[in-house]
Ligand binder design. Structure first.
Ligand SMILES: [Ca+2]
Length: 353
């Protein structure tokens, strides 16, 4: 009996040592800081996600690539620069696609105001966008860091699809694409079945899904319910300091838009939900491995993304797919606002530079 007790105590000590050791980086190692490019059509929700990224020590922002979407390209670049500067980052900003993947003009559409940032004179960046094109920057950066770069996409897939066309071998070296896009397993917002980012450039989204890169999708269905921010939470945000006040002001237009559409003071912030999934793994509580198929026929289903689940046998269809999409199916929605507020208000989380 006594020998068993000693063996048990030894096993517990070993387990405790392994648990504690697992959380500690090796001496001198900084390998845990992940390399990230953020691709954005910067409106207010993108800007809040950029701020969250700057305040997340888990990642290094190698660059921010902008495209038209929520707002025109130049306005999006200014919005990105202003958000980065406010949060204390000098990450470079690159301008990319003004047009859709098929060359058609993107009709920028924003429920965040004309400037995408609440139309309250918030945007006065000191810096400017770099001369290099966004797609060239993405390719150059992935080439220099093969297998290491993660891309967090907060807008349409145009820049990424163009990079895949320009140099597929390089884009196969992307470690992970995080996409705020699709309706997930719920209804759409651009149409009953299609989400805004996909709808704006469905052929680009299709190109990205069909490329078979590892993709983690955060759909609209992760952004409603308990993940929506209330009037009281916006007041808390506004009173929390310069950054919180910037984010709260930039959401002024969309809060009015939601209120006029009967949402009773609750607003989604999808881009920051997606960024939280990317920077904070314990925010994600469940995922489904899937194949994603984007509908591009000019019909009512335009922009719909159909998810085929791995391990599910469909009675009338073959399911011989590459299941390269990890679909986020549950997040800590109730803790989302507090997590966001903590990150933007804790000085210890501020990154250098
Ligand atoms: Ca966006």
């Amino acid at each position: 009996m006594r020998r068993h007790m000693i063996a048990l105590a030894g096993a517990l000590l070993l387990a405790l040592t392994l648990c504690l050791g697992a959380g500690l980086p090796a001496a001198g190692a900084e390998a845990s800081v992940r390399k990230v490019i953020i691709d954005t059509d910067t409106g207010a929700d993108d800007a809040s996600a950029l701020i969250l990224a700057v305040r997340s020590p888990e990642i290094e922002i190698l660059g921010v690539t902008v495209l038209a979407g929520n707002v025109e390209l130049e306005q999006g670049a200014k919005n990105a620069l202003a958000a980065l500067e406010l949060a204390g980052s000098d990450a470079p900003v690159y301008m990319g696609s003004k047009e859709r993947y098929d060359g058609q003009a993107i009709d920028a559409f924003s429920v965040f105001g004309q400037d995408g940032m609440g139309d309250c004179d918030l945007i006065h960046p000191q810096g400017q966008a770099q001369a290099q094109n966004a797609v060239d920057f993405i390719l150059e950066t992935v080439r220099a860091n093969p297998g290491e770069v993660e891309i967090v996409m907060l807008g349409p897939a145009t820049n990424i699809a163009k990079a895949m066309d320009a140099d597929p071998e390089t884009m196969k070296q992307v470690k992970m694409i995080w996409s705020m896009g699709t309706a997930g397993l719920g209804p759409g917002n651009a149409s009953p079945v299609s989400e805004f980012n996909v709808y704006l450039d469905a052929p680009a989204y299709r190109r990205m899904l069909d490329f078979d890169a590892p993709i983690t999708v955060v759909g609209l269905d992760m952004c409603g319910g308990d993940a929506m921010w209330s009037d009281a939470q916006f007041e808390t945000l506004a009173a929390s300091g310069d950054i919180g006040s910037f984010v709260a002001d930039s959401f002024g237009s969309i809060r009015k838009y939601y209120a006029n559409n009967g949402s009773e003071g609750f607003v989604s912030n999808c881009d920051s939900v997606a960024m939280m999934c990317a920077v904070c793994p314990d925010f994600v509580s469940a995922t489904l491995q899937c194949h994603g198929s984007c509908q591009t026929d000019p019909s009512e289903t335009y922009g719909q993304v159909i998810f085929y689940r791995e391990g599910f046998t469909y009675d009338m269809m073959s399911s011989d797919f590459d299941y390269n999409v990890t679909l986020v199916s549950e997040v800590d929605a109730a803790g989302y606002f507090d997590r966001y507020l903590d990150r933007i208000t804790e000085p210890a989380n501020a990154r250098e530079g």
